[in-house]
Structures are given as structure tokens and as C-alpha cells.
Ligand binder design. Sequence first.
Ligand code: ADP
Length: 452
Amino acid sequence: MSWLLARTLAAVLMLLVGGALGFLAGQFTASPVSMALAGASAAVALFVTLDGMRGERLMLWLRGGQDHPAPRDAGLWGELGYRIEKAMRQRERDRQSEETRLHQFLAAIEASPNGVLLLDAQERIDWCNRVAAEHFDLDPQRDRLQRVTNLVRAPAFVSFLQGGQFDRPVRFSAPGGRCTLEVTVRPYADDMKLVLSQDITEAERSDAMRRDFVANVSHEIRTPLTVLSGFVETMARLPLSEGERARVLVLMEQQTQRMQALVADLLTLAQLEGSPRPTHDRWVSVEALMRRALADGQALSAGRHTLQMHGGTGEDAAELAGSDSELFSALGNLVSNAVRYTPEGGRIDVHWRWREDGSGELCVVDSGPGIAREHIPRLTERFYRVDGSRSRDTGGTGLGLSIVKHVAQRHGGEIDIQSELGQGSSFRLLLPALRVRRVAAAPVAWVPPVTA
Ligand code: ADP
């Protein structure tokens, strides 16, 4: 039954009941009809009053905070209250779920490694995440509704925004020169703008390193190649005597060896960079390492230097956890450098030392020319040489110390260089306690005394 029909029936019923009661009461008076009319009027008045009271209760609930349920009256007002309350509760639930979604969405943008900045039609800051605040040096609360170009004044950024050509990103130095930013702009909605920023300092640096590396390798290979092709041409065109031919062949062999050494070092570096760190379960004898490196050094020196080994044997014997070939390559490079840069008659000492914290160090000390202080921090860079011609003349590739540094880092250690011009140099390969252990001296067998 519809509420209109129910309500009409209720009103009619009350009217009839009131009229009937009035009529019955009128039997004891002179005018039962008048009493019936009075009864009907009183019933209508009661109906209207009750109706008004229910309406008023609903109105009071609506005007209030609706923090308690709507009045549960019968009839139209009760149903109205119930329906309004239900609609309001549904709307509240919808609002809460939208709010949760919005928070999740903003949290996702906050978690983005890139900066996100929203600008309104006047290019005023509407919202930005923490990364954008860092990139552009903004305060998300304080700078809200400020024109972005008043705060980020990098000319490249300002003209990019004003130019309105957003099909390519723009690169510029962040405020304060802390990093290089790449910024992309995407217009959306009514003239609003989404600004995405990315810190590309590292990517730019590794790009520049890669370019330098390729240029250096090309240069290192081109030089011996040019020399070789010159000799080949000479041999092809000129009639050479047997002596001249032999001399040219020796020079050609030197250039070939130079290229071979370079390719070998490049491969070693590539392998060091591309393979997992050496595990802790293979132990290498320090004494064996030192003896091999010293033997190679002596062969290279051919009696021009005095080479000596200190420690690493007997009580001092130690083992290193890691890769035998890598550790040998590192120590071998240090010894070969010492031999190559120390003038004839000089001394080269290779030490093994235990340190107080349980770690250990392999140290190569020479009495060579030493290195000026300003070069020391750059020595482990690829192709960095103090004296390029001396390095090349002695078969250097410029990659030796870079290999040593990689090996040290892959074993959790580091390389330390101490040197002064004219005072010789000391190169220390520091290895952490976790990768160093003592070797127990073999027990001496007990022999019972021989009795006659
Ligand atoms: P290279 O193949 O040129 O020796 P390295 O990376 O091994 O390359 O060494 C880098 C530079 O450090 C060398 O070119 C040299 O100038 C300097 N250097 C390395 N070891 C010594 C040393 N023992 N004494 C003096 N200079 C050294």
C-alpha cells in the first residue's frame, strides 16, 4: 500500500471514528449531528497535531548532527526518517571509501621515486610529493598556491613552462646545484599541469664515464695499431736487410704485447664487474700468494731490484677467504707496479700484517720516486696515469690499480695508498677479519726417547 493511500485511509478512519463517537455522545443531547461534526473536527485536529509532532521530531533530528538514529515513528514521518537516514549513511560510507582511495592514491604517488608536482591553470603549486619537494627545494604546505616560477627560477625550466612545448623533457640543475633534474610536463583537465621530475645525476655521471671509457680504450688501441700498420707498410714497400727486418719485428711484437695486455686487463675488469662476489668458503694461503707475486716480480726485475718478503709464514701464517686468481692478480699488480716504477737498485718489500681488530693487510712498499699528493685520490680511476709515457714504456695499461681496487672491494676490503714525492710508496690491500684466519702451525710429532 502506498503511503498516500495509507495516510488518506488513516485520516478518513480517524474522521469516521471521531464522527461516530461524537454521534454516539450526541444521543444524550439535543443535536447528535452537531456532536458528530464536533467529534470529526476533534479527530482531524488530533490527527494534524500528531502529524505535526512527528514532523517536528524529524525536523529536529535533521537540524541536529544526526548522531543518533532518526525517530522511529509510524507512518509517513517514520518512513521518511528511515529513508533519509539510510541515504545519509550510504553517502557517508561512499565518502569514506572515496577518502580511503584518495589517501591510498596519494600514498602511492608519495612512494614514487620520481617527483610529482601538480600545477593549476595559473601555474600555482596545488600539490607535490616529498621527492618533488626535495628536487625543487619546496615546502609542500608553505608554498601551496605560490607560482612555481617564483620559486624554481632555473631559466631552462621557466622558459620550458612558458614555451608550452611539452613533447620532450627538459634538463637543468636543481636549485642549489645539488643534482641534475630531468623534468617532463603533461597538461591535464582544465589547463592543469602534471610535472614529473627525475634525478639523473648518477645516470649522467655513468654516461660520461662510459663515454670517457670508450674514448680511452679507442685511444689506447689506436696508438699501437697505428705503429703496427706503419711497420707493416714499411715491410711491404721497402726492401729491408735481415737486421732491419729483425728489429722491426721486435718493435711489432712489443706493440702486439701492449694490445694483448690491454685486452687482458679489460677482460679482467669486465669479469670483476660482471660476476658475483667471491664466496667465503675457499681459503687461499697468504704465503703462497706472496711467494708467487714475489717470483713474478723478481722475473720482471731481472736482478735490478732487491725484493723481500716479510711475515705470512710460521706463527704468522694466514689464509684469506676469496678468489685465488683475483687476490693474486691484485697483489701481482702492486708488485709489478713497484718493480716498473722503482729505478734500478731500489728495494721492494712485501709484508703480511695482522691488525688489532683481527683483519689483515698485504702491503707492498717500494723505494721508488713516490707520487705527488694531488694524484693519489685518482690513481684507482681507469686509465689515470701520473706519467703516461713511463707507464706505457714499461708495459702499463693504466688499469692495474683499478683492478686492485675492484678486487679489494669484492672481498669487503679496500686499498690504501701512502706516498710522498722522493720518499717511495706503500700500497696496502686491507682485508676484513671475516675473510682472514690464522693457520694453525702443524703440531710437532712426539717421538719417544730411544733407550739402549
Ligand atoms: P699502469 O698500468 O699505468 O701502471 P696503474 O693503474 O697500475 O696503471 O697505476 C696508475 C698510475 O699510478 C701509474 O701510471 C703510475 O703513474 C702510478 N703508480 C702506480 N704504482 C706506482 C708506484 N709503485 N710508484 C710510483 N707510481 C706508481
